[in-house]
Design a protein around this ligand. Sequence first.
Ligand code: FES
Length: 622
Amino acid sequence: MSFLKLMPLIKISHKWLSLLVGLQLLIWIGTGLYFNVMDSVKASGNQYRVKVTEPAADLTHLVEPKQILQDFDAAVSLSTITLLSKPYYLLTQDKALYPYFKNQYTLVNASTGKQAFVDKSMASELATASYNGPGNIVKVVKQDPPFDDRLKEKNTLWRVDFDDEINTRVYLDASSGRLAAHTNDDRRIVDFVFMLHFMDYAQERSFNNVQIIVFAIFTLFFALTGLIWTIELGFNGQYQFLSLFGSKAKSKQIKIFDKHDKLIDTLAMSSQENLLDSLLNHDIALPSTCAGGGTCGRCKIKISSDSRTTSADKAHLSQDELASGYRLACQHRSDELTSLTLFDVTQASNHLLKLISSEFISPYIKELRFKTIDGQPVSFKAGAYMRFFIPAAKGIAVPVNLPPELMHHWQDVIDNEYDHLACSRNYSLANGDGQSNELVFTIKIQMAPDSVVKPGIGSSYICNLAVGETIEAVGPFEDFFAKVEPTSAPMVFIGAGSGMAPLKALIEEQLIKLTTSRPIHFYFGARSQSDLIYADLFESLSDTYSNFNYIPVLSRPTDDWLGISGYVQDQLSLDFELLLGTHSIEELEFYLCGPAAMMNSSIELIKSKGATDEKIAFDDFS
Ligand code: FES
């Protein structure tokens, strides 16, 4: 699996890890503040604890220690203690490092030499002797560990509860009478905050717990995924690293004239962008259907007549135009000129779009739904397109998140990666204005024709965006739209592949929004049944609207296909007389969008039948 394919997983991991790390940081800040401002006396749990000072016991008539050592189990030590003014011998049979570790004692009445036991009454008296609060004893109970508020304690204890305002509890060692601890509600809050601060959820009373170790590993992954993401953004041109090394994009002031040679503005334009994109950054959109590819020849401007000419300039401009200084804006940059003259300018706005869904609707075509980041609807005519700004990035030949059922369609594609520069690409909207606040596109992921040529940069980039990611786009541009004619003559829509998008928008506009009664014929070509996108939608429209005729044509159908086989243009030729009906060819309107070969032969056919240019509208996205 290529590393790039892991990026979505890395990004999702980083986001969830950031939530986890962020929450723990908040907990640390909150609990740290608590430790700083808390009352240390309250926090100790000893508000009502007093130092027990036993009066001196009478030690003159005690049984000899030697006798005690003979009478009881072997002990490692023997000490004399006083409890409630009486002398006792404390035999220690098993001594641990700390009093709260498991110890073994025998308490012996030093006056009688008999074993003594800390009973309920003695525990109450010992607890009362250590307590100076206003409460009375309400409960005395002997408990074995574990204790919910004496977590480290491993010995059996007497628990004596007082009914004061902070619910004081006194713990005493049941075998030695040792005062183990005072605790109360304030102390229990401290213990809870301590647990949160040290992530000691298993109550081990240790900072070196497994939760801390796991959290440290998560934090390490959080940092690593963030670093990888940052590097990826850098490769995508996010930080303009080159400018750090002195290769700064130069900005140049360019004078802008209108076609009457009137100075309309002076704009700062980057030397690293072509003039088409630089103008767009100032909300000046030139006509274009190739998005700067140099193939449509529509982004005509005028600069100095001695400026260089590119092959695209020569292909689309006459010798006279070249000699007069006409050039294609997408082929030149600001460092070549000081002024330029605009002719056709389209009004368009920049939008930051957020991807809200991305679904394969055929093995190679995805339906992508965007919304503007501010949620504001964008108005446009059906058939419009938008120009997307594709940043410099690493492209991949095989799309990410390919559904399992589509994998076999891509199995022969070499799963390679390639670097590409920033560029812009045009994509038609598949929905019409007012259908929703969404901008819907159907985009075909363009595969590389061979191992030398890169796959489609724009289609691959957009189709691999993750839901929630954003992309800049300008538009919508309204070059392709339905004529508004007071006629009952048929409208003929002809398309194939991802040329579906604007045709779908136009047909839905006619049938659903305008409820036209004009006959509408839709010829749509695809290779096989799996490429027949939106078939259910058009069959449903065909059932609902008697004036709508949907004609899918497959060039390579499987054996179970009962519809028309062949090419769209061939079927169009066969049906032509039927399309005309009682109308003359001058009345019919034709709308085309799809691969160049299909459009060229269809337009040739239509013209050969007598249709004029005004009646043929096409969206040339090649
Ligand atoms: S945008 Fe320049 S030739 Fe198409």
